[in-house]
Design a protein around this ligand. Structure first.
Ligand code: ADP
Ligand code: MG
Length: 313
């Protein structure tokens, strides 16, 4: 099956600044793909490139396996950009009706009602959008992006500026679209918590470069697996010197990237899939008892901090 979105080595300059630097990632059908990055990272620029609104200076872009400029591909894509594309002086119903005409949606009346129900705005269908809250606008914008039943939805910061309860509603709608209606979703966000909650795969962009890319669970596992905390039974200050000795021994091992000590605890950063029992064996060879071995847990926040900090060092 074709990828939903594929970018290969895409660069984009605006003015004389390179905004996107050699960006590659693919979004697979069925993904809720989180495109995460701080403000100014290049998220919206990437989305513009994906939608064919910006031509990249170099690299390849495809959407549903084709060039996005093709009409039949455009018909399979729905999107919500920063400007929500709604008309303030029209009602919610009229807004959706307008988009139904634009996309030649058959039985528009039924579709509009279905969409308004989906985003829980049926009772506000006849209100002008000017009276809507930001959260209601975002929900209506999602409905608008869905009237033609696209396969792929591209959403630029769908919860930005929406109050917390509205954010929950918007996320529920996105999950519903993905899980119940089989849509592939690409969403950008600067909100780690949001991406952590709803996305299965992510790419992290910072200053126009992809820093991390992959399945969220796998990233967590891989990064977590390497971190081990060993609580030893060493107590007195005198004995803790033994730990310092063993630390310098451990440091020389090829699969130990780094290690340090806090009181009787050893913190190790290991390579790949090293068996922790090796380390425990080394400790017991030196008569150091082990109370507990814990594998580190990594949150997306830590992954993010490391990736973004890595650049500053
Ligand atoms: N039309 C433009 N001309 C020049 N620079 C731009 C333009 N649009 C965005 N930029 C710059 O590109 C960078 C990335 O912007 P953007 O893609 O909007 O980031 P994000 O959506 O992640 O906040 C920013 O430094 C921004 O100032
Ligand atoms: Mg943006």
């Amino acid at each position: 099956m074709n990828s939903a979105i594929s970018l290969q080595k895409v660069s984009k300059s605006l003015g004389n600044r390179e905004i996107l630097k050699n960006i590659s990632f693919t979004v697979e059908p069925g993904d809720i793909f989180g495109y995460l990055g701080p403000n100014g990272a290049g998220k919206t620029t990437t989305i513009r490139v994906i939608l064919g609104l910006f031509k990249p200076n170099s690299g390849e872009v495809s959407v549903l396996g084709e060039d996005v400029s093709k009409d039949e591909i455009r018909a399979k894509v729905g999107f919500v950009l920063e400007a929500d594309g709604l008309y303030d002086n029209l009602t919610a119903y009229e807004n959706l009706d307008y988009y139904c005409q634009l996309y030649d949606v058959p039985q528009a009346k039924d579709k509009i009602e279905e969409m308004l129900r989906l985003v829980d705005l049926l009772d506000r269908a006849l209100d002008k959008v000017a009276a809507y809250s930001k959260g209601m606008r975002q929900k209506l914008a999602l409905a608008r992006a869905m009237v033609h039943e696209p396969e792929l939805l591209i959403l630029d910061e769908p919860t930005a500026g929406v109050d917390p309860s509205g954010q929950i509603e918007v996320r529920d709608i996105i999950l519903n679209m993905a899980h119940k209606r089989g849509k592939t979703i690409f969403l950008s966000s600067h909100n780690l918590d949001e991406v952590q909650r709803i996305c299965n795969r992510i790419a992290l962009i910072d200053k126009g470069e992809i820093k991390i890319y992959g399945e969220l669970e796998k990233l967590r596992r891989e990064m977590g697996r390497r971190e081990v905390v060993i609580e030893t039974l060493i107590t007195t200050t005198e004995q803790s010197e033994i730990l310092d000795d063993v630390l310098s021994d451990l440091q020389t091992l090829p699969y130990v990237r780094s290690c340090y000590r806090e009181a009787n605890k050893l913190y190790l950063n290991l390579d790949g899939e090293v068996d922790v029992s090796k380390i425990v064996a080394i400790l017991s060879g030196k008569n150091i008892g082990v109370e507990e071995v814990r594998k580190g847990e990594v949150t997306l926040e830590e992954i993010y901090a490391r990736a973004v900090k890595g650049e500053e060092q």
